[in-house]
Design a protein. Structure first.
Lengths: 391, 391
């Protein structure tokens, strides 16, 4: 068993400012093999404007899994190493290796965001010493992480690291959807995989802000969950009346922008088609090119990695595009971004509350059974890593 | 045989200002049947700011065929009526009737653009009397057409109606592509079905303006045709090296925007993938979300009406959208639009020269054999209707 940091630093006889800690790494080898492991790494000493965080909660988001396992075939993953120092290997299909070229041979840290306690602070960041903070910036699947003080969000009084672990990706993405809807001139929006953690936040934001929202889910119990938290329009794609329900909801709300976490298959195309039918309900004359109502579908996830199929029966006034948080934040600039972050902090335990079904250690994150559970990305199954658990 | 307009007006004993003429009509019936016919209609007398054109050339563009036959199954079309007054009927598949709702029961005139001689002019448009002009505005598959003088483009000295028949749709769309490339910050562009009439114009525009252009064609003889008129990058999708050729051309040109006339299948997706590979050739670090280079695919046609399949191996920085000329012209405004039209007039016999393989009458346009030929929309087979031929 690995000893806690303080003892470890002392026991190792190193200079007291070298803090070692475990870090989860993902490596794509030239041979076409993915290797996941835990490395013992030095944590950089904070500079004047930096702090060192003991990470106590970091979520496994779909956006993390992209970097963690990449396109590897995890059904054929193999475990090796020891319980405390596990190694997982998996083959990467040859045709998918081309896209891996830029990362071959680089052992990469993982984990977009997390929260914990500031245990060291540079001279200009002493006010953060001992505070619970959240941070975004990668490599959060680490025991310790040094970041810029300016990149930390101080959690409100009484909030735990678990409360603050998912402060950025889901809350800011949900806020970005509503902001994008407004910036691009739409009046209402639609969302798929709507019972997700992010989807529940979006329901609460839209209720609070009076924005009509059409929620699309895949199962009746997901529909019930959203109805319970106040969602007005919920369409279940497993229902035989799905397309009619969706069209009615789009007619009622005038939603002409949708955010899709699924990506593959024909759901996005169905949404655009239903939007077109809704637009034509009010059309007074026939246009050979379809309605002039502009319909936007943003794909922000890849729960289904199969091809997106567009059955183009929705005219020519449409766009399907990728959507990512970082370019959105760059577009709105730091001032607007700060406003969004302040809202997340203010509503951390209400609008932006996250629920985790499991809290696991770094070693458990590389346990094949645990992995096969969280890689399913099932709605309601949300994993939190506590990198200081069990070490 | 139908008599020419002058005799007809006199012989019919009607007031001399009622000009009758043949007009091609397309009707979708409630029963799910398409009916094409020739109607004898009154041509509205020109108001003060209008002129009446005797239409002498009007092309059959893919954009016209959308309105002409809609989604009807033309393989099962039947002819009736007489030689001079033909009627064509064809069934519309039931599942495609929903999109037809706004036009059911309306007998619609066809034909986006054309050219001819001004035979009557309102008091403020007397300067156009007797001139050869081109016009856009629908219903050009008519013997006579009354339009606003401001919507006419006076053809340069010596140009025939045939020279001016395709003054708008193809030339302005080709110019719109280059303008859109510039407006959206791209430096080079790619184009599919590139040996089309429009594609040849685009080659000439890009050569003249020094814009790198990647031409994608489907046959070796189309590639040869484009090379003959000076195209530098031509990729033949029937070649086994197509994807490598395309990627090399995109690396060489840095084209990050493409205009696709085909729509269906995976070609658009291949273009985006090749653009992503080209972008990554210069990448210095790995991004789990793909390159940050924004890649744009515009679909402006539907030569293949099957679903568009996007194999999303090109990150999240991309957009696929419909593209139409009219919203583009609205976006740039009348002043910029006038500049584009002036360029078309100035280069009518060079950059914007159109070639027609057949000139047919309105009655021939409803001949089943002729129809099956022009509905193929084969590159190199371009049909011009002369509505005053044979009447």
């Amino acid at each position: 068993m690995l000893s806690p940091f303080a003892d470890d630093t002392l026991a190792s006889g190193k200079m007291e400012d070298v803090m070692q800690g475990l870090q989860l790494r993902s490596l794509v080898k030239e041979s076409g093999e993915l290797e996941l492991s835990l490395q013992r790494v030095d944590t950089p000493e904070p500079k004047d404007d930096e702090v060192m965080i003991r990470v106590e909660g970091t979520p496994i988001n779909p956006s993390d899994i992209g970097l963690l396992t990449g396109p590897a075939d995890m059904a054929h993953a193999k475990a090796s190493g020891s319980k405390d120092s596990p190694v997982v290997s998996a083959p990467i299909p040859q045709n998918l290796m081309r896209a891996m070229a830029p990362r071959i041979g680089q052992s990469m840290p993982v984990g977009n965001e997390g929260a914990g306690t500031v245990i060291k602070a540079g001279k200009n960041a002493q006010n953060l010493m001992g505070k619970k903070v959240a941070a975004i910036g990668g490599a959060m699947y680490s025991q310790y992480r040094t970041v810029r003080a300016a990149d930390c969000l101080v959690l409100p009084e009484g909030a735990s690291a678990k409360d603050g672990a998912s402060c950025f990706v889901n809350p800011l993405t949900a806020l970005a959807m509503v902001a994008t809807m407004r910036m691009e001139g739409h009046k209402a929006l639609a969302h798929t995989a709507a019972a997700s953690n992010l989807g529940q936040m979006l329901v609460k934001i839209c209720l609070k802000d009076g924005v009509p929202l059409v929620n699309i889910v895949r199962k009746p119990d997901q529909a019930a969950l959203l109805k319970d938290i106040g969602a007005k329009y919920v369409c279940d794609s497993s229902s035989p009346n799905f397309f009619e329900d969706l069209t009615s909801a789009l007619v009622a709300t005038n939603a002409t922008i949708a955010f899709d976490a699924i990506g593959g298959g024909r759901l996005g195309s169905q949404i655009l088609t239903a939007m077109e039918i809704a637009a034509n309900k009010n059309a007074t004359s026939y246009s050979r090119y379809g309605s002039t109502t502009f319909k936007q579908l943003y794909i922000y996830g890849a729960l289904d990695t199969s091809p997106t199929e567009l059955v183009r029966s929705f005219g020519f006034s449409w766009s399907v595009a990728g959507f990512l948080l970082t370019p959105f934040l760059q577009k709105i600039g730091p001032e607007e971004g700060a406003k969004l972050r302040a809202r997340v902090a203010a509503e951390l335990k209400t609008t932006f509350a996250s629920h985790y079904s499991h809290t696991i250690s770094l070693a458990e994150a590389l346990d094949l059974n645990v992995m096969s559970a969280y890689l399913k990305r099932a709605t309601g199954d949300k994993y939190l890593i506590d990198p200081n658990k069990g070490v």
